[in-house]
Design a protein around this ligand. Structure first.
Ligand SMILES: C[S@@+](CC[C@H](N)C(=O)[O-])C[C@H]1O[C@@H](n2cnc3c(N)ncnc32)[C@H](O)[C@@H]1O
Ligand code: SF4
Length: 475
């Protein structure tokens, strides 16, 4: 266990540092996913065994699309997701044909599962023309004849690409929720991303969604270049005045060769300024009747179309089966009931050509993955709980036969002393600025394991390096 001095020193030195991995869906980070031979047959067998033991098994589905419209600067100036430039409708529909074929490859191992939610993301999923939304839901129903009544079936898109016809098709296909990547309503700030989005696009899309009875979420980003508390509050005021019930408020993740990292770094608010933005946004939303469902999600009660959706939240917290289909899609699969080493995270091909080549050859288009040890699985589940701001000690005891407080006591105690966490016999809850620092807290908890993983990776690299001959061959 980390000593109290180490923990306090770590927290002191990281409070003002830029946090990374804001949206930490997995542990460890994908850069440690080195297994190129992911055993899909073994995973399929485990899925069947778990289902037989439990009678049913909840599955979450993600379907990705590679394409986005070209922007200047590229990739909206900040985006770190793998995407490809939109090449026209024929290429898009050709791509979806591959997703249909990949879905078919999973049909047998998914038989008898219950779909508890689906997310059609990307990339930009509302690039599809109207008839494709029906094809997407046909794929879903073929793979999962049984869909939970509470399932959120969400299509993600950008406001300027929604049309009345598409929105109608989304609703008629059986999807029930749209998530709009708005980022900034302020048109001047938003223009830094090169997107041609106007406030009118946002209002119009929200109005269509409401008219058709679709639940609607708006994604905003704080920590944007030149953003101030005033511009942030103006955006939130606008959303509240339009009766947007669901708001996701991400902190900007800065990195890679993006325009914001390379050319606008000096315009970004500091981490402590981001904390001010976070507090202002949170307090404003709480004052206006919103509840904080997770670090990033706020919801106002009373939405007639709402179901329960939280980022990084699953219905049975320790059993995770999230199937990813399509280019760069990620799958998580694990359960404490499995033998050690049979839980997995893996990612599909991030090269569109290789994704298609695999499907053409009848192979699962998986690029690489990580075989979790039970400890790694526990950390992954824990980080999801941290994002949801609440860790249920009773559930952890039942699932992992340990007290999650005792396992990381020095960290929880330090957080409680600083007013970032409240500890009771039943739960540990992030309070105050604790939720803002959830990524930093995850990084601290993961410190020791990351050190081991780095050492393991270095050892493997050394072992695989060919040894140099002691004498030259021509001697
Ligand atoms: C991957 S995008 C896909 C949706 C759509 N293409 C869009 O841009 O809105 C999903 C959401 O992730 C968030 N996001 C993307 N890049 C981010 C970054 N660098 N930092 C924080 N959030 C980010 C945005 O809020 C975005 O709405
Ligand atoms: S932010 Fe959205 S639209 Fe922009 S490049 Fe990323 S996925 Fe595409």
């Amino acid at each position: 266990m980390l000593s109290p001095d180490y923990v306090n020193n770590y927290i002191d030195t990281h409070l003002g540092e830029r946090q990374v991995n804001k949206i930490q869906h997995s542990f460890p980070s994908p850069r440690f996913w080195n297994e190129t031979d992911v055993p899909l047959d073994e995973i399929g067998e485990d899925r069947r065994r778990l289902r037989e033991a439990a009678g049913t098994a909840p599955v979450f589905l993600y379907i990705g699309v590679p394409y986005c419209i070209k922007t200047d600067p590229g990739k909206c100036g900040y985006c770190l997701f793998p995407v490809e430039e939109f090449q026209g409708n024929a290429a898009l529909e050709n791509y979806y044909g591959y997703v249909e074929r990949e879905a078919e490859m999973y049909r047998e191992q998914m038989e008898g599962s219950l779909l508890v939610g689906a997310y059609f993301g990307g990339g930009t999923s509302n690039l599809y023309k109207a008839p494709v939304y029906h094809r997407i839901m046909d794929t879903v129903r073929r793979l999962f004849p049984e869909i939970s009544k509470e399932a959120d079936l969400t299509l993600e898109g950008i406001p300027q690409l929604f049309t009345r016809e598409k929105m109608q098709a989304i609703r008629d296909s059986g999807m029930n929720r749209v998530s709009m990547g708005v980022q900034q309503i302020n048109e001047r700030l938003n223009s830094f991303s090169g997107r041609k989005q106007t406030t009118k696009h946002v209002i119009q899309s929200l109005e269509w969604a409401r008219e058709l009875g679709l639940s609607a979420n708006v994604d905003l980003i704080f920590g944007w270049p030149q953003q101030t508390v005033d511009t942030l509050l103006e955006d939130l005021e606008t959303l509240v005045s339009w009766d947007v019930y669901d708001i996701t408020h991400y902190e900007l993740n800065v990195g890679g060769p993006t325009d914001f990292a390379l050319n606008r770094y000096h315009e970004l608010p500091s981490t402590l300024a981001n904390l001010e933005l976070y507090r202002a946004g949170r307090d404003f939303l709480l004052d206006h009747g919103y509840e904080q469902l997770s670090t990033y999600n706020f919801r106002r009660p009373g939405d007639p179309t709402a179901r329960d959706f939280r980022e990084g939240y699953t219905t049975r917290f320790d059993h995770v089966d999230s199937l990813g289909l399509g280019y760069a899609a990620i799958t998580f699969f694990g359960n404490p009931m499995l033998e050690p080493g049979r839980s997995w995270s893996f990612i599909n091909q991030r090269s569109l050509a290789q994704y298609k080549a695999a499907v053409d050859n009848g192979r699962f288009p998986v690029e690489r993955g990580f075989r979790h040890s039970p400890e790694d699985w526990l950390l992954m589940v824990l980080f999801r709980s941290l994002i949801s701001t609440e860790i249920d000690r009773v559930q952890y005891r039942a699932a992992f036969s340990l007290d999650i407080y005792e396992k990381f006591a020095t960290i929880w105690d330090a957080l409680a002393e600083r007013g970032y966490a409240e500890i009771t016999p039943e739960r540990i809850k992030l309070v105050g600025d604790g939720a803002f620092y959830a990524p930093m807290i995850s990084a601290l908890i993961a410190e020791e394991r990351y050190r081991e993983l780095r050492e393991e990776a270095a050892r493997r690299k050394k072992e695989s390096r060919p040894t140099l001959p002691l004498v030259r061959s021509d001697q």
